[in-house]
Structure formats: C-alpha cells, structure tokens
Design a protein around this ligand. Structure first.
Ligand code: NAG
Ligand code: NAG
Ligand code: NAG
Ligand code: NAG
Ligand code: NAG
Ligand code: NAG
Ligand code: NAG
Length: 484
C-alpha cells in the first residue's frame, strides 16, 4: 500500500483499482477481526491440522521406556490403560526379541491388539555415563527417546508423553488436563517426587520420569534437535529424567507442575500401603501412578495386578472422578465420611474439620532409609492411630454400575477391622452405596477446581448407608453443623 501512494495522483483507472482493492483489503481485515483469535492462528498453522478441534487421545503420542527382559511382566500394567485403536506410541527397548518382526507370530497376536508396538531404541553406546556402575545404564537411551519418537514423524501430534513400563496412565484425564494448555507453545509438564529428599536431590522443578513427562509437540521438536549435546554434557547424572530436565532448563523453558502425576509411591510397611495417598488425592484428576509392581495390593485379598484391574473398573466408568475426595457429615451418628470415589471410603467415628480429613494418613514408609529426611514428604501427612479402634473404618470398592443417563452407583464393602465398636450402628454397617453423575469437567472447572459436596440419604436398611455426591451450592461450606 505504501509504495502505491505516488501512482494514485497519476492514473484514474489505477486509482480506482487501488481504492476498490483497499476497500476489499479493509473488508478482509474487518472480517478477519470478526473471526476469533484462534481462527486467525489457524491460518498460520499447517492445513491438515485443525487446531480448533479440542485435544483428544489421538493427539497424544506415548514413549514408554522398557527392556526386553522386563517387558513380558510389565506389559500387564500397560494393558490396564492402553487403547490400541485410539492411542499411538512405542515401547522402546534396547533390543527386540528375535521373533518380534514376524507379524503373524501367533504368540504376539493377543498383545498386538492390546499393547503398543515394541520399537528399537537408538544405540547410545557412544555416549558417556559416569554416575556409577550401579546406576541406570539405560539412562542415555531413555533420554534419547524424545529424538527417537519425534523422528518417527507421527502426524498431528500435540503432546508427547513419556513414562516407564511400570507407570499406569489415566489417558482420559491426561487429555482433559492437557486441554488446558496450548500445545503450540513450549510446555514441560509433570510432577516432582512426593518424597522430599528425592525432590531435594534432583529438583523441585523437574518432572520425574516414572510419574510421566509431558512435552508439547513444539518443545519436543526442539529438544530432539539438541538432546545429544545434553547427553554429552551431563554424563554424571543418575537417570534420564534429570538429563531431560537439564536440557530443557538449558533451553530456558520452565516447569509446569500437575499434581495428578505420581512418581514415587513409596514402598509399604506393616501398617498398610499406598492407601493414604489414594484416599486423599489432591483436587485434580489422577494422571499416573508409578512403581505399581512394588506396592502392596491396593485392595485387600487381591493380587497386585487384580487390584489395579479393580480400580480400573471404576476408572472406566468415570475416569475423571476416580479417587476424587468428597467429605460429608452424618448428623445423627456424628460420623465423618470421606469418599475417595472408585476406591475406598473412610468412616471416622467423630466429626473432623475438613482440613484434617484432607491430610494423608501415613500408611507407607519411605523408599530409602538412607537419609534423616526420609520421613518427610511434599504433602501433609497424619500418623496412623496406634489403637485400631480409633482408626477410621474402611470400606473398599465392591462394584460400579453406570446407568444410561450418566448416573453411576458405586458400592463399597466394609473391610476387616480388628475391633468391636461401642456403637451398634457402626458394627452393623456393611455396605455404603454412593450415587454420582459421570464427571465431565469443562475448561473453567479444570482451571478453577472445586470439591463436590455430598448428602447422606435417609436410611433404608441398618447394614447400608446411602450417599449422593453433587456439586456444592455457591455459598455452601463443607463442615459439621452442631445440632441445636
Ligand atoms: C509361543 O507360545 C508357545 C506356547 O505358549 C511357547 O512354547 C513358545 O515358546 C512361544 N514362542 C515364543 C517365541 O515366545
Ligand atoms: C551399539 O553400537 C556399538 C558400537 O558402536 C556396538 O558394539 C553394540 O553392539 C551396539 N549395540 C546394539 C544393541 O546394537
Ligand atoms: C521423517 O521425516 C524426515 C524428514 O522428512 C525423513 O528424513 C525421515 O526418514 C522420516 N522418518 C521416518 C521414520 O519416516
Ligand atoms: C544426590 O544424592 C547423591 C547420593 O545419592 C549425592 O552424591 C548428591 O550430592 C546429591 N545431590 C544433591 C544436589 O543433593
Ligand atoms: C478373601 O477371599 C477369600 C476367598 O474369596 C474369602 O474366603 C475371605 O473371607 C476373604 N478375606 C477377606 C479379609 O476379605
Ligand atoms: C455390588 O455390590 C453390592 C454391595 O457389596 C452387592 O450387594 C451387589 O450384589 C453387587 N452387585 C453385583 C452385580 O455384583
Ligand atoms: C487384634 O488386635 C489385638 C490387640 O490390639 C491383637 O492382639 C490381635 O493379634 C489382633 N488380631 C488380629 C487378627 O489382627
């Protein structure tokens, strides 16, 4: 437009064309302004990619680190969440089983329909590793997974998700959580270890690999180009996640913490298991669990894998509500009822203020006994009552059923308690039935989460308690109103 100013004086026809084309340009600009900003951005991106479409599972690509010898056992955990029709990615191994290539190998048929393919990781033997002979010798190979995966040229990728073969992901919740972020920007997401010494040793701003590391596609593309130089520069670090963190830090990209990722479910002691962590999950969708083969079974009387399968019966019915904690108060009996949806319900025999109910009962012991800080966690804990009769009574998920209208009924059955209570009503109670609606969080609810409320329904039988979960009213408070 600027360069045409001179000619406007001279030639009327050109003048006319210029004026009318300016008007056209103006119309175009106005109409473009009328379009949403996302539409404007749309014009800049590749034609095949519809950036307006909300993020779905098809936009994610997974890279799982494994090894040929451990995979046959670990694959059972991946089967829990993997949806072959909808999910893309690879399980990276240092070497493939001899017969793996043959597609019509009968032994693989079952696995092929329920698992991601095995992919050969690039050979990283030329890179130094000096942490020590007992360290993660596969750390360099795992660090390079981002390059291996990006170079596979998957189409239409918004997010790369990296995890271990003993990580359980909750894919629907991942998609929901990632939909809060713009994949065209550089994002590095995850969570540090729950163990204070581990986070202190590595970094509080680092995504720990077992809990899962998520990178926006744009960041992964850049990282893939520079990662080799970082592997050269950080031979003295222990694992791949510390190398990845160092490299992303060198790129100047910050860390976005999502507390639904769980790196370090600590090992268990005599008292219990990771119950405490699952019973009091933070107010955010559950995204991952790690070290799933090292914890005690999360449900009594079940093997470890059967117990996780049981949890997935609930996750498949309502993924977004899984282990979300809802608390209500029984006025008549003065009980506090804390529901971890799809997992377990704790019934306390007294009224407890809500902030106390949200503390994590310390049913676990630390991973390593080496440091004085071993018993310090990055969340609020509360010790277990030594007297079994003062502990809450635990009801574990029995079954879940979904109705067509989105209503869901979940039943929880009383577990063995080494105690006979003074209160007859408590001794009689066997089952708690919970009514809820399938959760589908919108962007506002994801950005500004709010705990749900619950009501105790009128009793129909002595051995059964019925509870309904619903959204809280605007000014509603979750507390115990003292009877007047
Ligand atoms: C295939 O399965 C059969 C029977 O289960 C077993 O004997 C054989 O070793 C398997 N082959 C491979 C390559 O895993
Ligand atoms: C990796 O490369 C080195 C030599 O560069 C070779 O000795 C080694 O066998 C290779 N490893 C694999 C698993 O191919
Ligand atoms: C991915 O794309 C690059 C660049 O076009 C190409 O060199 C490479 O061979 C492709 N890789 C695969 C696995 O198709
Ligand atoms: C991390 O722990 C190792 C020993 O396991 C120790 O040598 C190192 O100094 C620690 N690093 C930091 C930053 O605390
Ligand atoms: C465990 O399961 C067995 C067999 O199903 C049953 O007999 C037993 O009562 C169960 N124990 C507990 C504590 O639920
Ligand atoms: C579901 O659990 C409840 C309570 O434990 C039980 O009464 C009911 O029979 C179970 N339903 C099915 C279909 O197993
Ligand atoms: C129940 O608790 C008592 C004392 O607290 C203990 O002596 C007994 O062994 C326990 N029984 C079981 C089955 O755990």
């Amino acid at each position: 437009m600027k360069s045409s100013n001179n000619s406007i004086q001279t030639q009327p026809l050109i003048k006319f064309i210029l004026i009318s084309s300016s008007i056209c340009a103006l119309c175009l600009m106005v109409s473009m302004l009328l379009l949403s900003t996302t539409k404007l951005l749309d014009l800049e991106s590749s034609p095949q990619e519809n950036v307006d479409a909300s993020t779905s599972l098809e936009h994610l690509v997974f890279g799982l680190g494994s090894g040929r010898t451990v995979w046959p056992k670990r694959k059972e955990y991946v089967k829990l969440y993997w949806k072959p029709q909808k999910m893309r990615g690879c399980v990276f191994v240092g070497s493939l089983p001899k017969d793996y290539q043959s597609n019509n190998n009968n032994n693989n048929t079952n696995d092929k329909s329920s698992l991601p393919p095995l992919c050969l990781a690039s050979n990283t033997s030329q890179f130094p590793y000096t942490w020590g002979p007992t360290g993660q010798l596969s750390a360099n190979r795992m660090t390079r997974m981002v390059k291996d995966l990006v170079e596979m040229n998957y189409s239409n990728v918004r997010w790369y998700v990296f995890g271990d073969d003993d990580t359980i992901f909750f894919p629907e919740n991942l998609v929901k959580t990632l939909s809060k972020y713009d994949h065209r920007l550089h994002y590095y997401l995850g969570a540090p270890s729950e163990s204070y010494p581990a986070a202190q040793n590595f970094s509080f701003a680092m995504a720990f690999g077992g809990g899962g590391i998520v990178m926006s596609s744009s960041l992964a593309q850049v990282l893939a180009k520079v990662v080799d130089s970082c592997i050269e520069r950080y031979p003295y670090l222990y694992g791949s996640d510390a190398r990845t963190y160092s490299c992303i830090t060198e790129l100047g990209v910050g860390f976005t913490k999502e507390p639904g990722f769980h790196q370090d479910f600590p090992e268990v002691d005599m008292v219990g298991n990771i119950f405490g962590l699952l019973a009091t999950h933070p107010l955010t969708p559950l995204l991952s669990l790690h070290h799933v083969d090292r914890t005690e079974p999360i449900f009594p009387n079940k093997t470890n894998i059967k117990a996780f399968q049981h949890l997935f019966e609930a996750a498949n019915a309502d993924s977004q509500r899984i282990v979300q904690q809802t608390v209500c108060y029984h006025k008549q009996f003065s009980w506090t009822i804390s529901i971890s949806w799809g997992y377990a319900i704790q019934v306390f025999q007294n009224h407890m203020p809500l902030p106390d109910v949200l503390r994590v009962p310390q049913t676990f012991r630390p991973w390593s006994e080496e440091t004085v800080l071993k018993d310090i966690y990055n969340f609020n804990t509360v010790p277990i009552q030594p007297d079994p009769c003062k502990r809450p009574i635990i009801f574990y998920l029995d079954n879940v059923s979904s109705m067509e209208d989105g209503a869901i009924i979940s039943n929880y059955r009383k577990s063995f308690q080494n105690c006979s209570y003074d209160m007859a009503s408590l001794n009689k109670l066997e089952v708690i039935k919970v009514f809820s609606k399938k959760l589908d969080l919108d962007i506002k609810q994801l950005l500004s989460p709010r705990r749900h409320c619950c009501d105790i329904l009128p009793s129909r039988a002595d051995d059964q308690l019925e509870v309904a979960i619903r959204e809280c009213k605007d000014e509603e408070l979750i507390f115990h109103a003292v009877a007047k």
